[in-house]
Design a protein. Structure first.
Length: 428
């Protein structure tokens, strides 16, 4: 039977429940009057007045096909808490919907897997700068590049101050060069630089030689977090997400230089946002952060990728997958090649013999026109010199001995030849 309100007897919605309680508590109306005014049963009014919470619809559970498999699921989870749901389904013989089965496994797994809580970290001023790499994808046009250029993100943990720069690669030389540039912009050195297990920094708590040298020159420590523990550097992880959602949308870039220009112009705006974690703006707290840090070292650390080679006849050196021309006048001598973030330089005995803009791609050849012109001039001079060189003629009386073939047979144990060997004769 339906009431005048279109409801079955005894069932009301939240609005009716609130109206019943208002009429009874505020208007002091009786149950019979309320039932007559709203057109509902008196027992429904009594139920509404007896309930302190609004009514809600709860569907009675009818059961699931997974219920018959739950006991065997519990047995497997009790022995192997991390066993994937797909493997459990195979072991128990589940052939129905995988989503229903995965939902039940996800509901039961916490009962058997030991908890791994993450503590809330309190950061002190000047203590920690967290570092990480973020990959913006195919948004920066770089030809013939093996991998997408990464963005090095560094965040002062106490203030939340963000620093970032696009790097040519994730090699050790580029990583330490990027860290040095960002720390120079900050103007101070923190006590600890926190990294994950990035191969260019080190793995399994063992730093690369370049990272150890960089930390020693700066007088700081590089700490690598345990594997699969992103909470250890959650501050920089959130900064990466902020870059992806707030900096990238709607932007286009003509190259790596344009990307870093736009990023440098946007970061001051990012550091004026209000942080929920601190309740303040990073730009207002970074002063206290840097005041507690150490000063920049008087000695500039070795950054970039360095190599020492002997310059060949083609007067090109290869570094980071590209060939760069060098002054041909130092052919045959040892040269030192340094690939920085922006420039590749070559020195010989301390003198600069080449300087090129850093190529971000691979398999490129960069030629300085001055080097090519010098090489052409040296090549012409060499040919002219070779054409005028005359070797002295043989003098009368000089004897040139012709060795008998049998001598070679004896040396290589080939046995005697059938033909008699000619005797040595003098050539006049």
């Amino acid at each position: 039977m339906l009431t005048p309100l279109g409801q079955s007897e005894g069932v009301i919605n939240v609005d009716d429940w609130a109206e019943i309680r208002r009429l009874h508590i505020s208007e002091h109306l009786g149950i019979k009057t309320i039932a007559r005014r709203l057109g509902i049963a008196r027992n429904t009014v009594r139920s509404a007045l007896a309930s302190d919470a609004p009514p809600k619809y709860e569907r009675e559970r009818t059961g699931s096909l997974v219920d018959a498999f739950e006991e065997r699921i519990r047995v497997l989870l009790g022995e192997f808490p991390d066993m994937p749901a797909t493997v459990i389904a195979e072991r128990v013989g589940w052939v129905h919907s995988s989503s229903v089965f995965r939902a039940r496994v996800a509901e039961l797994r916490p009962l058997y897997r030991p908890a791994d809580p993450a503590d809330r970290t309190v950061y002190q001023a000047g203590e920690i700068v967290q570092c990480d790499l973020w990959f913006p994808g195919k948004v920066v046009p770089v030809e013939a590049v093996m991998t997408d250029p990464p963005v090095l993100t560094m965040v002062a943990a106490y203030s939340g101050f963000i620093m970032a720069i696009l790097l040519p690669s994730r090699t050790t030389g580029d990583l330490v060069a990027g860290m040095w540039r960002l720390l120079c912009g900050l103007g101070a050195i923190p006590k600890t630089l926190v990294w994950d297990n990035e191969s260019g920094i080190g793995q399994h708590q063992r730093l690369t030689a370049g990272a150890r040298s960089f930390a020693g020159t700066l007088g700081t420590r590089i700490y690598q977090t345990p594997a699969r523990d992103p909470e250890s550097k959650g501050v920089v992880e959130r900064a990466n997400g902020y870059l992806e959602t707030s900096f990238m949308p709607g932007r286009s870039f003509t190259g790596p230089g344009d990307y870093n220009t736009q990023l440098a112009a946007w970061l001051p705006q990012a550091n004026t946002r209000m942080l929920r974690r601190t309740g303040q703006r990073p730009v207002h707290r970074v002063g206290a952060d840097t005041a507690a840090m150490a000063a920049l070292p008087p000695l500039v650390p070795a950054t970039g990728t360095r190599t020492k080679v002997r310059l060949g006849r083609d007067y090109y050196v290869r570094i980071m997958g590209n060939d760069y021309s060098v002054d041909p006048t130092v052919i045959g001598r040892f040269v030192e090649v340094t690939a920085g973030l922006d420039e590749v330089t070559v020195t010989c005995a301390g003198a600069l013999v080449a300087a090129h803009e850093r190529c971000w791609g691979t398999r490129g050849t960069l030629t300085d026109p001055v080097h090519a012109a010098t090489a052409a001039r040296l090549r012409a001079a060499h040919r002219q010199h070779a054409a005028h060189v005359q070797y002295p003629p043989a003098r009368v009386g000089d004897q040139v001995a012709l060795r008998a073939l049998s001598d070679y047979d004896e040396i290589f144990a080939l046995g005697a030849l059938t033909m008699p060997a000619p005797a040595l004769k003098a050539v006049q």
